[in-house]
Design a protein around this ligand. Structure first.
Ligand code: FE2
Length: 207
């Protein structure tokens, strides 16, 4: 039986200050993410106690193979688990601010330049009504990068898109520090992106 665990962070809770505050990080990681971990494990246990042999991203990308009565629950908790797992990995207190290498080249090809990419990503993030995520994804069908948004905890894997970078736009991600100032949260998030992680993820996928 596959049992998912709350992933450990590679940095301290207060190390993203002042951009993401310590209290938000603690609650977001220890409470919210733990809820998705528990929900995912509970859902998988319902599969006759044997779970599912594939990693959650594979399950999400082929959700129709799962019995219909479990699909909504897996979408929510499985997405919530994996979205947050990636979110932590793409944060860093030692951000170099802008991407380099092949990822930088791809951003220039599809978005003209990094500033334009940042602007489009920000507009998409601000456009989310209610809870959701904004993503930089890899579209393996066309071998290109794209920006997309998803509602609630729906993962890009549901649409066979591979997430490279995701911004959590649930209020639980920013409300303690930023209240209604979502634009400020988004602007500050650009200061703590682990571009090396995103670059490596992209390099492994692109041809
Ligand atoms: Fe979250």
């Amino acid at each position: 039986m596959v049992k998912y665990l709350l992933p450990k962070l590679s940095f301290e809770y207060d190390s993203l200050e002042p951009f993401i505050d310590k209290q938000t990080m603690i609650i977001h990681h220890q409470k919210h993410h733990q809820t998705y971990v528990d929900g995912l494990n509970r859902c998988l246990e319902k599969f006759g106690g044997s779970g599912h042999p594939q990693y959650i991203s594979s399950i999400l990308s082929d959700l129709k193979s799962v019995p219909s009565e479990f699909q909504n629950e897996l979408n929510f908790f499985g997405g919530g688990y994996e979205n947050h797992r990636l979110f932590w990995d793409t944060l860093s207190p030692d951000s170099k601010s802008i991407p380099e290498g092949k990822l930088s080249d791809a951003i220039d090809v599809y978005f003209q330049n990094f500033q334009n990419f940042k602007s489009i990503f920000t507009v998409n993030s601000l456009g989310i009504q209610g809870s959701g995520w904004c993503w930089l994804v890899f579209n393996s069908t066309y071998n290109r990068i794209e920006i997309m948004t998803t509602e609630n905890q729906t993962s890009p894997w549901i649409f066979q898109k591979i997430p490279l970078l995701g911004l959590d736009l649930w209020e639980h991600a920013y409300y303690l520090k930023y209240q209604n100032k979502k634009a400020e949260y988004i602007e500050n998030w650009w200061n703590v992106i682990n571009w090396e992680y995103v670059e490596n993820r992209f390099s492994e996928l692109s041809q």
